[in-house]
Design a protein around this ligand. Structure first.
Ligand code: SF4
Length: 558
């Protein structure tokens, strides 16, 4: 590597803040996935986690040169940072924030005209004609490979990537209740569903960032050394599809008798390869499953009664976040409502309802354009089209439903999900109780250990459940159910664990404070977070340990 490359100053940044509907962005655009797209109708009961642009930290961790990462800088903060004469600024964005990314490019050009600008992220499905007037280069591939190539650094085998140590904190009523270690196991998905941007972006290939069961196990083990009680989220579009990797991971969990608590994304096709016992032995007690449209005929659902499948997972203590699509051409109002009712019967812990939307780069987009199904105003106004690529706008003509009818249906579904099933946080408590009761006396010691994890998690609900019993917008049926659940958990608690009862006034006060905040729209935008990375140390071939290679300070998302 030449000296010039070694000394390049590199800045990575997410889009700036403020973002969100209050500043003219599309619905659900914000800093939080769960609150924005899943528990959005659940008011004060919505669990909150701010998600940063993790990909930037991942890339920064894997360069040979030092770099800096900004998460949600304000315009003034970015302007100030640009005084540092960066050679390269790389911005990650998605379609619905593309107007912010373009405005940032314009600012960079005016403040630091010599700085090279790279645009990356799923927003780069926009065309060259739309993006190149604002930037110098576009990254449309896996980011570490791209950036190392761009900077003239030698190619790295993905097996040798350094995994950054990133943790997220979940808050309920503003109080931190759990820490989650983020596990970046892969990119892309071979299932190639017609609407799926992330699958088609990587040409329906799966890129394994953590290639073996051991690499995943080691990373999670390392995360637990930092936070012994932490949960884990595996970020991989269909984590369980690769049976070999998952089985290696399962064998290690069995051998070491480690009971993790892990959430992952998984298709029905992948999940059905394992028994519930095996999933729980791997520590998988939460899954994000695509429910889509029941009659849409996706290959990943073939041969499975998805409703029974969800019920079975939850009966074993595995919480299910279902993602339903509406506005699929066969869905008349009646059919969409019937599918929704069937989904509600499964009592999912969490639900997402997104409108079938044509995202450039997908086969569905090609079809919509070819058959001239896109609404005329969006064809004329590309910027408006991109702003609406959030899953919250009906963008194409539908055989049975008007645009406003589809969008109203979506609002109804979120509202009814909350009213019928109550807040997700309490649904999750019920599922954990199912798991505990099912496995507490199991012959398999690892599953008994898992049951004990469920029991311990339930103890925190001694402090939280009274907010559901006494709080606003809860039906009497649910208040009664939460009271029974509370008594049951109290009966399972040891003398020491009854200390959680002391948290009741704190939680009630926090819930009241959250209610006031929500009325006044306070704390809508997170603080800017800045991280400096030193660059990789040379890899020591003899060391297989992920933690040994880690360079960066631990990164925590709040
Ligand atoms: S299974 Fe999920 S991630 Fe994979 S292609 Fe389908 S929608 Fe995308």
């Amino acid at each position: 590597m030449g000296r010039e490359q070694q000394t390049k100053k590199i800045l990575f940044t997410s889009v700036w803040r403020p973002i969100g509907p209050s500043v003219g962005d599309g619905e659900s655009v914000g800093y939080e996935l769960l609150h924005g797209q899943v528990t959005r109708a659940q008011g004060i009961y919505s669990p909150r986690v701010v998600h940063k642009q993790f990909s930037l930290d991942y890339i920064a961790e894997n360069l040979d040169t030092p770099s800096k990462v900004l998460h949600y800088p304000s315009k003034a903060r970015l302007r100030r940072e640009l005084q540092n004469n960066y050679d390269v600024v790389a911005i990650a964005f998605v379609l619905s924030t593309s107007h912010h990314a373009i405005a940032m490019c314009q600012l960079i050009r005016s403040v630091a005209p010599k700085t090279k600008i790279i645009l990356g992220g799923y927003g780069t499905v926009m065309s060259d004609e739309e993006l190149l007037p604002y930037c110098d280069t576009i990254c449309r591939e896996e980011g570490v490979t791209f950036m190392r190539k761009y900077l003239g650094q030698p190619a790295l085998d993905q097996d040798n990537y350094v995994h950054p140590h990133i943790f997220s904190r979940m808050r309920i009523f503003g109080i931190p209740v759990s820490v989650t270690g983020m596990v970046f196991a892969g990119l892309g998905c071979p299932n190639a569903c017609d609407f799926c941007c992330t699958s088609h972006y990587f040409k329906n290939q799966h890129i394994r960032l953590l290639p073996t069961g051991k690499s995943i196990f080691d990373l999670m083990h390392t995360q637990r050394q930092k936070y012994p009680d932490c949960d884990h989220t595996i970020l991989d579009e269909d984590f369980l599809l690769s049976k070999t990797r998952a089985h290696d991971f399962l064998e290690l969990c069995r051998e070491k008798q480690v009971a993790f608590s892990t959430f992952c994304f998984a298709s029905v096709k992948a999940l059905k390869q394992y028994t519930c016992d095996e999933l729980l032995e791997m520590g998988i007690d939460g899954v994000w499953v695509g429910y889509e449209g029941k009659a849409a005929g996706y290959e990943k659902h073939r041969g499975v009664n998805i409703d029974e499948f969800i019920k079975n997972l939850q009966a074993h203590g595995i919480t299910v976040l279902t993602s339903m699509i509406l506005g699929i051409p066969y869905q008349s109002d009646e059919i969409a409502r019937a599918e929704f009712d069937a989904l509600m019967e499964t009592n999912p812990s969490l639900s997402q309802f997104l409108i079938y939307g044509p995202i450039p780069g997908t086969p569905f987009y090609e079809k919509v354009m070819k058959e001239e199904l896109m609404h005329g105003d969006l064809i004329k106004d590309r910027r408006q089209f991109y702003k609406q690529c959030t899953g919250f706008y009906a963008m194409m003509k539908h055989p049975f439903l008007r645009r406003d009818e589809i969008e109203q249906l979506q609002r109804d579904f979120y509202q009814r999900d909350f009213e019928q099933l109550g807040p997700s946080i309490f649904r999750i408590a019920q599922i954990k109780l199912n798991g505990y009761l099912k496995y507490r006396n199991h012959a398999n010691p690892l599953l008994r250990k898992k049951a004990e994890c469920f029991r311990q998690k339930l103890m925190t609900f001694l402090a939280i459940l009274p907010c559901g019993i006494l709080g606003p917008k809860i039906s009497w049926k649910h208040r009664l159910a939460y009271s029974k659940l509370f008594i049951k958990i109290l009966g399972m608690s040891s003398f020491k664990e009854k200390r959680y009862l002391l948290g009741i006034p704190v939680m009630l006060g926090a819930a009241a404070f959250t209610w006031i905040n929500s009325k006044l729209n306070l704390h809508e935008h997170p603080f800017t977070r800045v991280f400096s990375y030193l660059g990789r140390k040379p890899i020591v071939p003899a060391s297989p340990e992920v933690e040994f290679l880690g360079q960066s300070p631990t990164y925590e998302s709040v």
